[in-house]
Structure formats: C-alpha cells, structure tokens
Design a protein around this ligand. Structure first.
Ligand code: ZN
Length: 315
C-alpha cells in the first residue's frame, strides 16, 4: 500500500496500461516523501508478469525487483557524496542491450542532483537518445540543482508532502499512535510520509529532555559554541523544532494538550513570554531552511552559526 500520491500512481499506471511509458522520468520532491517507493512500484508495474494486476507483488519479476535481483533493473545511488562518471558509464554500457527477462530495462537514479558535472554530462547522451526498451527514473529533492538540460529531457513528476492534518489522521487511525504523538511526528516530518514512519517506528522519546540552551540564553557570545554543538549531531535540529513548536503553542493558545514537552510547561510558559509569535514561527522556518542548506553541502558551520543568531532572542 502506498500512502498519498494517488494521482501520480494513476498517471504512471495509465502509461503502463496503454504501453506509452516515457524513456526518462524525473521524480522531484522533498526527501522521504515517497519518490523511491513510487519509482519501485512503477518499475514493478512495467515488468510484472501478471497482466491483470500490475504490479502483483507476487510474481517472480516483482520479487526480483523487490530484492534487487532482476537482471533488467538497477538502482544507482551516490558512491560517497557523489554519483560518479564511472557509475553512469556502467549504466550506459548496459542500457543499449535488449532486456533479458522483462519488457524494459529499468534504472532508478537516486539523489540525481549528486551527479557531478562530468557524470551529468555523460548521462545527457543517454537522455538525448534513450534506447527504445529502457526507462530511466531520476529522483531528486533539489530539482533546481540539476542541469536544465537534464531536466528538459525528462518527464518531471512533482511529489507533494501530505497535508499535516491528513498525516495525523493516518498515524492515529492506521498506526495507532496517540493524538499528541501523531501531531508531533507529523509536524517534525513536515508531511513526508517516509520520515513520519521512521519516527513512528522509533518508540523512544521524540526530543531531548532538557530545554536547549539556545532557547533560554541571551548571551550572544555563546552562539558559536552552541552552533558547534549542533554540528556534532544534526538530528538535534529536528528536536529543536519541537521546542519552538511548543513555545508557539503556548504563545497562541490556552490548550496545551498538543505540547511535546508537557513536563516542562511552567518553564516554557516563562520563556514564551520573551518571544513573539513571529519570532517563533520564523525560528521554525529557519531551522528547516538550514537543514536543507546543509543537505546541499553548504558550509555547515557557517549555516549553523547564522541559524543560532537568528534563533536567539535579543533582549
Ligand atoms: Zn508481479
């Protein structure tokens, strides 16, 4: 079962049904939103042996794709931080041959924006004249980081995160989470279902259990030290969001049921007085933006220092 993206699945399924599959697709959308899951589903639909229910998830072809053992199916992932030209060359050597078992040769390239320039230019040749019985599916969470020439040669399919309220309903109804945990997880994941699922499966507490220093301090000299500590474990950024979210709830409502750190209510109420609603909203936004920057290999130290200065209150 795939949650969300029903319209996209319908569109891809239709292409398979009328045998009008494009040579290259580009799935774009935030990380963990479900691009790879849908790409895998699409790949199975194309090569599935059951002609009625594609993909059946039961036949030998589906099974081989699920376990990455299908001779006409391959996932190319970054080798270290980059997708290198050798990986693309290897793909190009294979893609020209007829499929061995399936209807088409299928390649999923994850994090396609991590192709270095050499690799991207090399792939361009295949995208310009894709072999008849091949399908390339490129995935990216940074569409604008891809060469325009690559983008223009693919059919772009854009993946949207689930609305938070819808995700909360799914987490409570289908995964039996309590309402407040579902809200915390849905907020933390920003509607990316894969991320939400990973958080839901991790039964531990969602956050650190003391109020982070950046929330309480007014000492701007400590900013560099705080930034350095954040850099040691970037998962702290997700947790930080939860603290600012709690402050925002306290600032704008009188109902505290949805607080993640209800055990710190009194202290948080005192702290919240020092922050405006706008500051708290933009703090949350800045944290998410900084995460994105760091994912895109921007100098993490500098990005975190800028962030901490933005987060700290001035008086
Ligand atoms: Zn099948």
């Amino acid at each position: 079962m795939i949650i969300g993206h029903q319209q996209i699945i319908k569109q891809l399924q239709h292409a398979v049904d009328i045998d009008h599959v494009a040579g290259a697709y580009l799935f774009a959308g935030m990380s963990n939103v479900g691009k790879e899951t849908v790409a895998l589903y699409f790949a199975k639909s194309i090569n599935c042996l059951d002609l009625v229910h594609r993909p059946c998830d039961n036949c030998l072809a589906c099974h081989k794709i699920n376990t990455s053992n299908h001779p006409d199916f391959q996932i190319v992932r970054p080798d270290g931080k980059q997708i290198k030209i050798d990986q693309i060359r290897q793909l190009q050597r294979q893609v020209v041959f007829q499929p061995i078992e399936g209807r088409r040769k299928l390649y999923i390239i994850t994090e396609a924006d991590r192709m270095n320039l050499e690799a991207a230019n090399c792939l361009l040749k295949t995208l310009e004249e894709p072999p008849a019985k091949s399908v390339l599916i490129l995935l990216t969470s940074h569409l604008d980081a891809l060469l325009p020439t690559i983008r223009s040669r693919c059919q772009i399919i854009s993946f949207q995160p689930l609305p938070i309220s819808e995700l909360v309903t799914i987490l409570t109804d289908q995964f039996s989470l309590s309402a407040d945990r579902a809200v915390s997880i849905a907020t933390l994941s920003q509607g990316a279902f894969g991320k939400a699922l990973a958080l839901a499966e991790d039964k531990g507490p969602l956050g650190i259990d003391h109020i982070p220093e950046v929330v309480t301090t007014t000492d701007r000299l400590s900013a560099f030290r705080i930034a350095e500590q954040l850099g040691e474990d970037l998962a702290q950024l997700d947790q930080l969001v939860m603290w600012y979210r709690d402050l925002l709830i306290i600032r704008q409502s009188t109902s505290f049921e949805l607080l993640t750190h209800r055990n710190h209510l009194e202290s948080l109420q005192k702290i919240a007085k020092h922050y405006s609603r706008i500051h708290l909203q933009s703090a949350i936004k800045s944290i998410f933006e900084t995460k994105k920057l760091i994912e895109r290999n921007v100098n993490a130290t500098l990005a975190l220092e800028v962030l901490v200065f933005k987060l700290m209150r001035t008086e």
